[in-house]
Design a protein around this ligand. Structure first.
Ligand code: ADP
Ligand code: MG
Length: 289
């Protein structure tokens, strides 16, 4: 049975908004060496907005993109569908919409043309390329820390969009507190581009980050980082990584599947509570041993 001191630590953690699903989770948190963070929705608020738009036919391209993204649950998709709504543009109906994890989304128009929206990897897979002007726009966005979406029709790029996110309030302090609590390796894992990851990492005081990762890369890296490894995530995409890590931590604003896959839930979506929970867990473990 669970020692009383562990139960009381779990109760104290719960009062501070950190919900442990088991005493084993508390024991693992006490020993954690690495805390890996998903970027979008975990370090950021995932309330994205379209900030820049480069297209010869802006309403037409936005209508295409919104048609595609109305079939996606990605935070980028919500930004694009919202931008179309605000611009009074009706999404173009598409057939056979398919999410490509870590890349974007593809579908077919009634005309039989293929339509897609996503990152450079998806563009390459679709056999398309950027014009020098599009390339410059994309690099400019990413250098500012903005994510980007490339919209294509068959093998032609028809638009480039900038999508900006906001950091979670207090996130830099939360990372500093984790270091203070003895976490040797806070690290960000993201599917976004290198320049975007670098900009976010710099802003929040993270020295370790890995970018341009596919979902399977994230799983592999979690197995390679110094353990025990805790993974903090929010999205459907994060569920496998939360399950793979020694300790899965979900933010309560995340999707149900992330919360179900996790061992710990941050009820107030506040990563700042994690350092305190680590201290509680360490004290309890020390008393038991
Ligand atoms: P992360 O949350 O770390 O950014 P994801 O695996 O969710 O990781 O996404 C990785 C990248 O794939 C995104 O940065 C984006 O470029 C692209 N992507 C994924 N889904 C979409 C989508 N629905 N529309 C546009 N781009 C997408
Ligand atoms: Mg996420």
């Amino acid at each position: 049975s669970t020692p009383a001191v562990m139960l009381s630590a779990m109760a104290a953690a719960a009062r501070s908004g950190v919900l442990f699903k088991s005493s084993a989770a508390l024991d693992t948190l006490a020993r954690v060496q690495t805390v890996a963070f998903d970027k979008t929705g975990t370090l950021t608020q995932a309330k994205m907005t379209v900030t820049r738009f480069l297209a010869d036919d802006e309403p037409g391209t936005l209508a295409l993109a919104a048609g595609l993204e109305s079939h996606s649950e990605h935070p980028i998709a919500q930004a694009i569908v919202g931008a179309a709504r605000e611009a009074g543009v009706s999404p173009v109906p598409v057939r056979g919409a398919q999410a490509v994890p870590g890349l974007g989304i593809t579908a077919t128009l009634d005309t039989g043309e293929r339509v897609w929206a996503g990152n450079l990897r998806l563009m390459t897979r679709e056999g398309a390329a950027l014009t020098p002007e599009q390339q410059a726009a994309l690099d400019g966005l990413n250098a500012q820390g903005s994510s980007s979406v490339i919209v294509g029709l068959d093998t032609r790029v028809v638009g480039v969009m900038g999508v900006a996110d906001t950091l979670r309030p207090g996130i830099a302090q939360a990372i500093a507190d984790l270091r203070e609590a003895g976490v040797a390796h806070p690290v960000m894992l993201t599917g976004d581009r290198q320049q975007v990851a670098q900009s976010v990492a710099h802003d929040i005081g993270l020295t370790e980050y890995r970018a341009e990762l596919l979902p399977e890369d994230k799983l592999r890296i979690i197995g390679e980082l110094p353990g025990p490894v805790a993974m903090v995530g929010d999205g459907v995409n994060d569920a496998p990584a939360l399950a793979r890590a020694d300790l899965g931590i979900a933010v309560a604003s995340g999707t149900d599947v992330a919360i179900e896959s996790a061992d710990v839930v941050l009820m107030q979506n506040d990563l700042g509570r994690l350092a305190g929970a680590i201290r509680l867990a360490r004290d309890a473990r020390r008393t038991v041993i």
